[in-house]
Design a protein around this ligand. Structure first.
Ligand code: SF4
Length: 241
């Protein structure tokens, strides 16, 4: 891949201000123009990422799409992965951990997620993400400011906590309703578990349905203080997963 000059802090803050109220496609186009092929989308098949897949595919933007396949997705998520590839004619590249679930159990004990979810997320998500980002200058994410306190100050374009990497957040300013309006309007395939009480879906062992009025993310790592998998936390926090 051709080298691109590293962005300066001034360039990033200027771009973030310029794109603050922009349509997400404009932000994606800016990122393609600026970073070329050294740019990719991390897709977890959640509603926000599916908005971005839809925008990238329908606008034929040359952005690689990958997913962190932990090996313990819900069957519905694996089915959705196949549906998305068929619907858009794209390949969602799988980044997988070094160890299968069985190998991890042999090395660290069974069901590591119950005893040490930070360690499990590090092995099955954070390390594979590092491999996926290796050689990239920027990555696109579907984070939104109102999802968690950690994400409240996300900019449209900002430095990632990983040195030399830029994070592009085209729908940081969107609401939950904006996301679902887009998905319905464009008939984007979504995970059927959302209609069964799962607003936020991660790995099957760490995701449970939420009750009426509960915070949507309470179903992730229920009973634990953990709120993030360690992929998007701020620089000052040690993968707060
Ligand atoms: S979400 Fe749960 S199963 Fe998935 S990597 Fe993290 S701790 Fe492991």
């Amino acid at each position: 891949m051709a080298e691109t000059a590293a962005p300066t802090d001034e360039e990033l803050s200027g771009a973030a201000a310029l794109l603050e109220a922009a349509d997400p496609v404009a932000t994606l186009e800016w990122a393609v123009a600026r970073f070329g092929r050294r740019l990719a989308l991390a897709c977890s098949f959640g509603p926000e990422d599916l908005v971005l897949v839809d925008l990238i595919a329908r606008n034929r933007l040359p952005i690689d799409v990958f997913t962190l396949d932990t090996g313990v997705f819900f069957p519905e998520t694996y089915a959705l992965w196949r549906d998305v590839e068929a619907r858009y004619g794209i390949k969602v590249r799988a980044m997988r951990p070094a160890q299968s679930i069985e190998e991890q159990a042999a090395a660290h004990g069974a069901e590591l997620w119950k005893r040490a979810p930070d360690r499990c997320c590090h092995l099955r998500k954070v390390i594979p993400l590092g491999a996926a980002l290796d050689g990239l200058t920027a990555w696109v994410t579907g984070i939104r400011r109102d999802q968690t306190p950690d994400r409240a100050h996300a900019k449209m374009v900002e430095r990632d906590r990983r040195p030399g990497l830029v994070k592009v957040n085209p729908i940081a300013h969107w609401t939950h309703d904006d996301v679902w309006a887009h998905l319905y309007l464009h008939d984007v395939p979504t995970n059927p578990l959302h209609q069964q009480g799962y607003p936020s879906i991660g790995c099957a062992p760490c995701t449970s349905p939420v009750g009426a009025g509960e915070d949507p993310r309470n179903g992730r790592w229920r009973g634990s203080v953990k709120t993030e998998c360690g992929l998007h936390v701020a620089e000052t926090r040690e993968h707060a997963s």
